[in-house]
Design a protein around this ligand. Structure first.
Ligand code: FAD
Length: 479
């Protein structure tokens, strides 16, 4: 019997041989050395154990694995690129679950430029899906720093966000259809390119964000967009978060859907990155309290995009809110701006321990939320260095806190739970979410139970037990 899910069994050797007969010996990994990359997540926070990592090549193989696991009451953990940040893709440490890696199920099934859709299998890497779209002169706008490893199945299962949500929405919004294998092996073919389909409950939306607890996503039809012909990017320095909020309002009112990125960074975030990361020289002579990366994209030309961006900056500058601006004059400079934004998490490692939060509040509430959270952190941990940054336009704050300079890292990180609970309480006061884009997994399971509306939790549990009555899908995660 497995701890934490006492109704489940550890797979017997005979069952492992049955799994092996489905996927072939080479794709049923039982050797600890071969299993190792699947059992640890990239930040080293979660380590699991398993008797087998299974790598099916077809939907039919996934279905047969699920039938066997369901019949024998064995937990199954779906895994894509293993880039998840909340431990959802790692099996439980006692070794009772099997890992179902989608990495060999990675074909492009169809690219339809007329309907602007792409159908790929779940193990297709995000960067590969972007490249398929690009070859057809189209854009698949989902984008994040993990795109070289993260898979489409994982993106949808976590309802990933990333850099372009402001203009195009999260993974859920970019998904037109899904193929899913249910807990008992039933295959639901919900692939399709319909934008309008009011035939009852929103099933594909339900599987998006379900983190491997309701079914195994095996393929998806994705929404593509025209590729922007013009782009303009600027870095803007401001003194207060109220000024950042003002600039965001002005930009979104003036630019509408042409505003494709509005990322904000605190002074620590920019200083850490320019100091520690390669190819990120300071953009401004002087380090200032807040920096915004703003990007405009359109279907006409770079000149037109530049004109739109300049107009927004000019109007805001007239009100004397902008301290300094730098508009990228080459694609190299644009990339250098993005490197500053994307290097923040990595750069923080050079500053010792970091307690992290991925939360959201209404964009207009960000200044007050950060002020309140900073106060709580200072009271609990004097001298700690809040390092908030993120997707301002989505209300998504990566509220990370670096340890006080010179403090003991272990002692600082020991306060993780206390600090996190206190910050999440502030989030609750602002009617925000304790998980904006990374999901719940194992990391936030208890926090979810504390903060989610009880009626919503009851509905979620009923959905779970009706789709997975034996509780074999990703046990110990999310709920
Ligand atoms: C450097 C870095 C930057 C990141 N930036 C962002 C960002 O900007 N925005 C963002 O949202 N996330 C970000 N992430 C988090 C991560 O990349 C995303 O959560 C991504 O969507 C996970 O995809 P994956 O294929 O790696 O999934 P995995 O990590 O393998 O799995 C994640 C979850 O999905 C489930 N799952 C995976 N595949 C399937 C499937 N086929 N069917 C059912 N369930 C499945 C797993 O069981 C697990 O619960 C970042 C991570 C890193 C390391």
């Amino acid at each position: 019997m497995a701890a934490d899910a006492p109704h489940l069994n550890t797979p017997s050797d005979a069952l492992i041989r049955q799994f092996e007969s489905v996927v072939g010996a080479a794709n049923c990994l039982t050797d600890p050395f071969e299993q190792a990359p699947h059992l640890k997540e990239w930040r080293d926070r979660y380590t699991g154990a398993t008797k087998a990592v299974l790598k099916p090549k077809s939907v039919d193989e996934v279905s047969r694995i699920m039938q066997l696991a369901n019949d024998h009451r064995v937990g199954v953990v779906a895994q894509g690129g293993n880039t998840g940040l909340v431990g959802g893709q790692i099996p439980r440490p006692e070794g009772a679950d099997v890992v179902l890696s989608l990495e060999r199920l990675s074909k492009c099934r169809a690219l339809d430029p007329d309907n602007q859709t792409l159908t790929v299998e779940a193990g297709c890497k995000l960067a590969t899906a972007q490249a398929f779209a690009n070859e057809a002169g189209l854009l698949f706008p989902l984008s994040m720093a993990s795109e070289g490893s993260a898979t489409i199945g994982g993106n949808i299962a976590t309802n990933a966000g990333g850099l372009n949500v402001l203009a195009y929405g999260t993974a859920r919004a970019l998904t037109l259809g899904l193929e899913v294998v249910l807990a008992d092996g039933t295959i639901w073919n919900g692939l399709g390119s319909l934008k309008k389909d009011n035939t009852g409950y929103a099933l594909k939306e339900l599987f998006a964000g379900s983190e491997g607890t309701l079914g195994i996503i095996t393929a998806a039809t994705l929404k593509l967009y025209p590729k922007p012909a013009g782009q303009a990017t600027a870095m803007v320095a401001l003194n207060t978060l109220q000024d950042v909020a003002h600039l965001f309002r002005a930009a979104s009112m003036r630019l509408g859907p042409e505003l494709t990125a509005f990322e904000f960074m605190c002074q620590h975030a920019v200083d850490f990155t320019t100091e520690h990361m390669p190819q990120t020289p300071p953009v401004f002579e002087q380090s200032l309290p807040w920096t915004v990366l703003i990007e405009v994209s359109n279907l006409t030309s770079d000149d037109q995009a530049l004109q739109s961006l300049s107009e927004v900056l000019m109007v805001s500058d007239t009100e004397r809110r902008l301290v300094a601006t730098a508009i990228a004059t080459s694609s190299n400079q644009r990339q250098a701006f993005w490197k500053v934004r994307e290097g923040i998490s990595e750069a923080q490692k050079f500053e010792g321990g970091s307690i992290k939060h991925d939360v959201s509040v209404a964009p207009a509430a960000i200044p007050d939320f950060i002020a309140a959270a900073n106060q709580v952190v200072e009271d609990l941990c004097p001298g700690a260095r809040p390092c908030p940054f993120g997707h301002f336009g989505d209300g998504n704050v990566h509220y990370n806190i670096s340890q006080p300079s010179g403090a003991d890292t272990g002692e600082f990180l020991d306060q993780w739970q206390t600090v996190q609970d206190a910050v999440h309480d502030v989030v609750a006061k602002f009617d925000g979410s304790i998980s904006a884009e990374h999901g719940i997994g194992v990391m936030k399971r208890e926090t979810l139970a504390r903060h989610k509306d009880p009626a919503a939790l009851t509905i979620m549990r009923r959905i779970k037990s009706s789709l997975d009555p034996n509780g074999i899908l990703n046990p110990g995660k999310l709920l």
